[in-house]
Design a protein around this ligand. Structure first.
Ligand SMILES: [Fe+2]
Length: 323
């Protein structure tokens, strides 16, 4: 492939349990900014779709969740999924995070090392695995809260870790289709990077040959997919043709997600990988300073607002902070 279509991580989407519990975790404990309240655009059951990001709501910092307890569906963790979602923080902030997570009653292992990086591993209330990675290369703007100063704030995604039973075909997909290169490897882990590499441009593959495959449906407690960024509709279409031409035929048509357009491809290791455009953004339906303050529906759902909103768990969202 001559052209580099894929730019880095766009967002990560996970199915969590309760909506309020999720908001309290990401905004209160992790210190991400709630940037969008909307609903799942697919399926028949109304489910929130909550978006959290950094100060500037930048692509590559966006964690999105479907609080699936509402539908009573649980998922099964396993291979063929993104197992770990990793944020960057300053190397000097790791002690702060190890202590803060413990003090807040979050399950955490303290500071450990993997693939040459220092990390604090911890768990979301729905059982999802997360990490804070000490990485001073990440200069994106953090969201400051009453408890988290700028020097300790989460910058954005550092990487995601994909768990696979067989890693050879997953490597081929990441290298040949996505355009990544392998930059580090040990017995269990391989790191792949895009372009200039580093935070937001890294994917780790974890070899778990004896772990059964996890579920693929929407359901509480699993990462549903990782989205990688492409520039716009035209490049997304060219890239989709290229990927399908390589033999990865399990790719959807482009779908309108209101804030981006998305093509979903099932990768050989089982992980769903979305390729999302980067040229629309989150200020398309509310002013940048008011992101996340009210429940927004795409134009095609607006006529059904009362029916969609009625079953949703009532939530309290954090008040907007002055910049
Ligand atoms: Fe997505």
């Amino acid at each position: 492939m001559d052209k580099q279509y894929v730019l880095g991580i766009h967002h990560v989407t996970s199915c969590v349990a309760g909506a309020q519990e999720d908001i309290d975790f990401f905004t209160g404990i992790i210190g991400q900014r709630l940037i969008k309240q909307t609903v799942l655009f697919d399926g028949k059951t109304p489910i929130y779709h909550l978006y959290y990001a950094n100060r500037d709501a930048e692509i590559g910092t966006v964690m999105t969740t479907f609080p699936y307890r509402q539908a009573g569906v649980k998922a099964r963790r396993g291979t063929g999924q993104v197992a770990v979602t990793s944020y960057s923080v300053a190397e000097n902030a790791l002690d702060f995070w190890a202590k803060r997570l413990r003090d807040k009653g979050v399950k955490t292992t303290g500071i450990s090392r993997r693939l040459g990086q220092s990390v604090v591993a911890f768990e979301h209330p729905a059982g999802l695995e997360f990490e804070m990675v000490g990485d001073d290369r990440d200069g994106r703007g953090g969201w400051v809260t009453d408890e988290i100063e700028d020097k300790n704030a989460v910058r954005g995604f550092n990487s995601v870790t994909m768990s696979v039973r067989d890693r050879i075909e997953q490597e081929r997909f990441l290298v040949d289709a996505v355009g990544m290169r392998k930059t580090a490897e040990d017995e269990r882990y391989q790191r792949f990077e895009l372009g200039e590499g580093g935070p937001g441009r890294s994917i780790i593959v974890r070899h778990d040959p004896d772990v059964p495959q996890g579920s693929w449906t929407f359901g509480e407690g699993t990462v549903h997919h990782v989205a990688l960024a492409v520039r716009n509709d035209a490049e997304q279409a060219e890239f989709r043709d290229y990927v399908v031409g390589l033999g990865y035929t399990d790719c959807s048509e482009s779908k309108d997600r209101n804030y981006f357009h998305s093509v979903y491809c099932r990768s050989p290791g089982g992980i769903l990988v979305e390729f999302a455009t980067s040229d629309i953004g989150f200020a398309v339906d509310e002013p940048p300073e008011e992101l996340g303050q009210s429940l927004l529906l795409p134009p095609w759902f607006e006529p059904r607002r009362a029916e969609i909103v009625a079953p949703l768990e009532p939530i309290k969202v954090p008040l907007r902070r002055a910049a």
